[in-house]
Design a protein around this ligand. Structure first.
Ligand code: GUN
Length: 282
């Protein structure tokens, strides 16, 4: 039986700590609350759910927050103007452009326009580079949430075989960098990896961020591995699930994240930490 890595519980505790810190600093000499501005372009249903979650998190942490909703046919110029207005506003600590953007808007070009000191997603090339060389200002929320959850449960990374599945800029690549920085021995696997099982079966820590329900079955997992499922999929039964076949893998693992209630809430708590950091630091 594996220990369940209870991201929902840990995230709740982190948000309470943030709230305490905000109250304390407001009582000292901080003039205003931390502020997060979210830009949501179009009507993507999943994005709307995610943004509502961020709005709730900000409330829980005692932050002020606004969501700027723009129509799906918003042009590059309007979006750039919106970002620049927030860049110039000293009352805004963090700016988050919810992804995906509608077709026609170049996501990474837009994200480059966010002031690096307000880039709480850690998507700006300057911040990405700082993570890569090991001197981060911000750390991207999902991989940061994975590292924090491992830390909270006292799971060592140094010297361990860490296998990351998925090489996205948002999760897989920075995940591999953070595990490397923590002295893990890291393999970054992806859709072209040959003999994937040879990697996963050797993993002491397996992090899956692919987006394919049922991808990881018990025969692919080493006995007593730590299994972290970053994905959020809909299974054939319509229920939310990750990449890992939880039922068969859980008895073999030493620790495992549930989906939902694992990395999702941790990602959101880490966003709140990044906003807090922006407010404190800049
Ligand atoms: N859409 C899905 N994940 C993310 C994220 O981490 N940040 C933003 N801005 N949009 C997303």
């Amino acid at each position: 039986m594996a220990v369940i890595l209870d991201g929902a519980k840990v995230a709740g505790e982190i948000k309470q700590e943030i709230r305490k810190k905000v109250d304390m600093l407001l009582e000292a000499d901080y003039a205003r609350r931390p502020h997060l501005s979210v830009i949501l372009v179009g009507e993507n249903p999943a994005s709307q759910v995610y943004v509502r979650g961020k709005e709730r998190d900000c409330q829980e942490c005692g932050f002020s927050q606004e969501t700027i909703r723009l129509p799906a046919d918003t042009g590059r110029g309007t979006l750039l103007d919106t970002i620049n207005r927030l860049n110039d506003n000293p009352g805004v600590d963090g700016i988050l452009v919810q992804l995906p953007l509608p077709k026609g808007l170049d996501e990474w070009a837009m994200l480059e326009e966010i002031l690096p000191t307000k880039d709480v997603d850690c998507f700006h090339p300057l911040n990405v580079g700082k993570v890569a060389i090991g001197t981060p200002e911000f750390v991207p929320c999902t991989p940061k949430g994975v590292m924090r959850l491992l830390l909270e449960y006292g799971i060592p990374v140094a010297g361990k075989n860490c296998v990351v599945l998925g090489r996205s800029n948002i999760v897989g690549k920075p995940m591999a960098q953070l595990l490397t920085a923590a002295d893990g021995t890291v393999s970054l696997c992806h859709s072209k990896t040959e003999n994937l099982e040879a990697f996963t079966r050797n993993a002491d820590i397996l992090v899956s961020a692919v987006g394919k329900a049922g991808l990881i079955t018990a025969d692919m997992v080493k006995e007593s591995a730590v299994v972290v499922d970053v994905a959020m999929n809909r299974g054939a039964d319509g229920k939310l699930c990750g990449d890992v076949d939880f039922k068969s893998v859980e008895p073999k693992a030493s620790y495992i994240t549930p989906v939902p209630g694992g990395i999702g809430p941790m990602t959101r708590a880490m966003l709140m930490e990044n906003v807090l950091r922006a407010w404190e630091a800049f």
